[in-house]
Design a protein around this ligand. Structure first.
Ligand SMILES: Nc1ncnc2c1ncn2[C@@H]1O[C@H](COP(=O)(O)OP(=O)(O)OP(=O)(O)O)[C@@H](O)[C@H]1O
Ligand SMILES: [Mg+2]
Length: 253
């Protein structure tokens, strides 16, 4: 299967502190790809670099065969418009209701009249499993899980090919997290999405990711599928799997 993203020899840092040290990995078309690692291991930093928010020190990130840090601005805009992002903390506009939050990208970048934008937004509010009354609520009136779904609806409304999710299930109770994971699977199949998901939720890794990388100490400690992970010999992986939260990875259902 063709790669949709290729990260090669990537190094990132804040001032002199190296966060990623010469890492490489590929993401395939229609794959749900996990970026896993402990808190502070650099997951969000890596994601920011992949979506053109944080400049790398060196290396390349190719999305649809183009190095997003090297291509012309025009080409980059075209690429980035095919990338939907759901940020770690929702990043909804507190002064806008849900309907306008979901439609914001269309308002900025499309020529649709407001009426059509509202219709598209309502469609995606429905697609992510929210009841229609939610469209009139403001972010402070939403539960954590609802905020995540609104963020997802907003990312989907611009018809992305790749969806970047930063900790989509963190802060959710196990049932809501599981439901959210199922929704991601459904959306991947429905919209033919490739999904890049930052998570430290081991259940998500088990349930929906096809492959993942495990970040540790600025490097990739492991890269591959869950099956390969289980047979890997690295010590730290062993420790993780023996931990309480890692137990479920072993259980067959
Ligand atoms: N803007 C910044 N300026 C300086 N250092 C930063 C900045 N953002 C993150 N860092 C540092 O970079 C390291 C990686 O942070 P990052 O947010 O990428 O981790 P993470 O894996 O996403 O963590 P979490 O699971 O808690 O979200 C941390 O040590 C953090 O303190
Ligand atoms: Mg983070």
């Amino acid at each position: 299967m063709k790669n949709i993203i290729e990260v090669k020899d990537l190094t990132t840092s804040y001032k002199n502190r190296i966060i990623q040290d010469n890492i490489s990995f590929n993401i395939k078309y229609k794959e749900i790809f996990g970026i896993l690692g402990g808190s502070g291991s650099g997951k969000s930093t890596l994601l920011s670099t992949m979506i053109y928010l944080k400049e790398p020190v060196s290396g390349s990130i190719k999305i649809f065969d183009s190095d997003i840090w090297k291509v012309s601005q025009n080409k980059r805009s075209i690429i980035l418009r095919k990338c939907g992002v759901v940020f770690q903390f929702g990043a909804l506009y507190s002064s806008l209701n849900v309907l306008d939050n979901v439609g914001i990208m269309l308002k900025e970048y499309s020529f649709y009249p407001k009426k059509i934008i509202d219709e598209i937004s309502k469609y995606f509010i429905n697609i992510v499993g929210l009841p229609s009354y939610v469209k009139d609520l403001y972010p402070h009136e939403l539960s954590g899980g609802m905020k995540k779904r609104v963020g997802l609806a907003r990312a989907l409304a611009f018809n992305p090919k790749i969806l970047f999710l930063d900790e989509p299930t963190s802060g959710l109770d196990p049932q809501s997290a599981e439901n959210f994971d199922k929704l991601i699977l459904k959306l991947r199949d429905h919209f033919n999405l490739s999904v890049v998901m930052v998570t430290h939720d081991l259940d998500s890794i088990k349930d929906i990711t096809d492959r993942f990388i495990l970040l540790d100490n600025s490097k990739i400690l492991f890269s591959g599928s869950l099956e390969e992970f289980k047979h890997s010999e690295a010590n730290k992986i062993d420790n993780l799997l023996k931990s309480k939260r890692g137990e479920r990875l072993w259980k067959e259902e």
